[in-house]
Design a protein around this ligand. Structure first.
Ligand code: ADP
Ligand code: MG
Length: 245
């Protein structure tokens, strides 16, 4: 494997008596796209949220390019979080700001970039997601697929080392899904390290280096997409795949 950019080491998460993640070990190498599938409630979102400590892991560590985000000061935490770009199912754009303003904001607030610098970078990233011509559009004037691409541009503008996607196309009308997946495929080709939770199995087949199947807070099985989809080893994986297809 290439150098590990994201590493989960013995990660556990409990909410009260409920164990949601149980001893998760996962490495994502530089430039790798790791795809996570599993039934609702299996802990996929919690795993992603533990990576940047939106959820506090109960035990275990998360290393980003070798640095332990679970053992750093609150001040260092804010800096380290910038290494992870997050894209969620909902886009969470500021409704009163145009697209370029949305992509500029965190660059100025969190990275201290000048407005000129942030704008230049924002336009570059909007171009990358195919929305340069929509830079002054308000979110309400954009389709869901376009809003999600602005959200991806916003994350990319902070120069993350790893991109985390949590069901990025689940809220979209079917005809808009392709444009978002195309951007993600392009990112993968350009060498971005990505951890993607999604139900888009066709995308996984085309673009994933590895597929992880989670159930009940554990990694049940992992392997190459073809192997997982055509010849799953675990009964639980087989049952899940037969339900979603
Ligand atoms: P997935 O993303 O795979 O659907 P989640 O990570 O959202 O799964 O949830 C895993 C389990 O953790 C579920 O049983 C869910 O109800 C529980 N859970 C998630 N967040 C919380 C929370 N803040 N408090 C209590 N339980 C939670
Ligand atoms: Mg989820």
């Amino acid at each position: 494997m290439t150098r590990p950019m994201l590493e989960l080491v013995g990660l556990n998460k409990r909410f009260g008596d409920l164990t949601v993640l149980h001893d998760i070990h996962l490495r994502v190498g530089q430039g790798e796209l790791v795809f996570v599938i599993g039934p609702s409630g299996s802990g996929k979102s919690t795993m992603l949220r533990c990576c940047n400590r939106l959820e506090e892991p109960t035990s275990g560590s998360v290393l980003i390019d070798g640095a332990d985000i679970t053992a750093c000061s609150p001040r260092a935490l804010n800096k380290m979080r910038l290494n992870l770009g997050m894209v969620f199912q909902g886009f969470h754009l500021y409704p009163h700001m145009d697209a370029v303003g949305n992509v500029m904001l965190a660059q100025v607030k969190a990275l201290g970039r000048s407005k000129d610098e942030a704008r230049a970078r924002a336009l570059e990233m909007l171009d990358r997601v195919g929305l340069r011509h929509k830079s002054d559009a308000m979110p309400s004037a954009l389709s869901g697929g376009q809003q999600q691409r602005v959200a991806i541009a916003r994350a990319l503008a902070l120069d993350p080392k790893v991109m985390l996607f949590d069901e990025p196309t689940s809220a979209l009308d079917p005809e808009l899904v392709g444009s978002v997946l195309a951007v993600m495929k392009d990112l993968r080709t350009s060498g971005m390290t990505m951890l993607v939770v999604s139900h888009e199995m066709g995308f996984a087949r085309e673009a994933a280096d590895r597929v992880i199947f989670m159930d009940g807070g554990v990694i049940v099985e992992e392997g190459q997409p073809e192997a997982i989809f055509t010849n799953p080893q675990a009964e639980r994986t087989r049952a899940f795949l037969s339900r979603v297809r």
